[in-house]
Write a protein that binds this ligand. Structure first.
Ligand code: AVJ
Length: 322
């Protein structure tokens, strides 16, 4: 990463950590889960049997790859496939392989907040699909919208898999989707995954596995503050706590302080005091149904043109147009 970008990223991290830990109630943003260690833990999450999201979406893409590829290509002979939050690209690779085999003319532009994830993805793609044209881009979704916006002459297919939109509450999700819509032209396609409402226990289990992988993922944000901002959080002094409200479809993650404790973060010149059982809210994982997805689409000026689901109806991918 360029030095300038890195400085900006770090000061943003500092700023947001400061704001969150001095707020009442306290919070930290889940976008900071993804450092090298966090990327690795998230890969472990995706491989857990409880975390059904990845398997469902993998299934949907595998079973429908022909249809999806045809939908993406339409009658254009050249397009850009832009992926927001590409991560390790496990699911996208099925599509990429199929599309390259079908001789579709396209370029793949993976975007991710984690430079580490992008480097690994690029390396893997060079080996697995050497003829694929790739152009990785580091940044948050919002930062990279500008780049997406600047691609005007070539057809765009925007991928947003993994129910990543679920990290946003509805009002922010609408703003985000409106920005996507503004960056789209008539023939462009937005292909997005929305995890569906289901038995609340299934959802709780996905975010509260017995092996403690999700716990380690949640606590990794504290470890990152320790490493990058000279903090002294003690992971064992916190509980990983997950709640799911079946009425709103909102799953929320917390770190709960097990006792009265002080934490100092040197680089922020900050000492915070946590009361026993005080919370730090770290993540939202919103769940959806067709009605809510239709509402989100309408609010952001998009139309659902097709949808795909797994057999259990746990998860859905929707193709949207302007
Ligand atoms: C990558 C945001 C889709 O919310 O399901 C997994 C992240 N957090 N386990 C999700 C996550 C805890 C995940 N997203």
């Amino acid at each position: 990463m360029q030095e300038k970008t890195r400085t900006i990223t770090i000061s943003k991290f500092k700023e947001e950590v400061y704001a969150g830990l001095t707020a009442n109630p306290k919070y930290l943003s889940s976008k900071y889960f993804y450092d090298t260690k966090g990327d690795k833990i998230f890969q472990d999450i995706m491989a857990m049997p409880e975390y059904y999201l990845t398997d469902c979406e993998y299934d949907i893409i595998e079973k429908n790859k022909k249809k999806i590829a045809a939908l993406f290509a339409g009658d254009s002979n050249n397009f850009n496939l832009i992926e927001l939050g590409a991560g390790d690209g496990k699911k996208t690779k099925i599509l990429l392989k199929h599309m390259v085999k079908s001789k579709l003319d396209f370029k793949y532009l993976p975007i991710d907040i984690s430079q580490n994830a992008l480097n690994q993805l690029e390396k893997a793609l060079q080996i697995e699909i050497p003829s694929l044209k790739t152009e990785p881009l580091q940044g948050t979704y919002l930062e990279t919208l500008d780049t997406i916006n600047s691609i005007r002459d070539t057809k765009k297919v925007i991928l947003f898999l993994g129910s990543n939109v679920g990290n946003l509450l509805h009002p922010q999700a609408v703003l985000f989707l409106q920005n996507i819509q503004k960056a789209m032209k008539k023939d462009d396609i937005f292909f997005v995954g929305f995890d569906q409402k289901k038995n609340p226990q299934t959802i709780l289990d996905a975010y509260n596995d017995e092996t403690g992988i999700t716990e380690a993922f949640n606590k990794n944000i504290l470890m990152r503050i320790n490493a990058e901002l000279k903090g002294n959080f003690v992971a064992d002094n916190f509980l990983h706590w997950e709640v799911y409200d079946p009425e709103t479809g909102t799953a929320k993650s917390y770190l709960v302080s097990k006792k009265a404790q002080t934490v100092t973060i040197k680089d922020l010149d900050l000492t915070i005091f946590l009361k026993p059982w005080e919370t730090i809210h770290t993540e939202i994982s919103q769940k959806y149904d067709d009605e809510v997805v239709s509402w989100l689409a309408k609010e952001s000026g998009l139309k659902i043109i097709e949808q795909f689901s797994d057999e259990k109806k746990y998860y859905k991918n929707y193709a949207l147009k302007k």
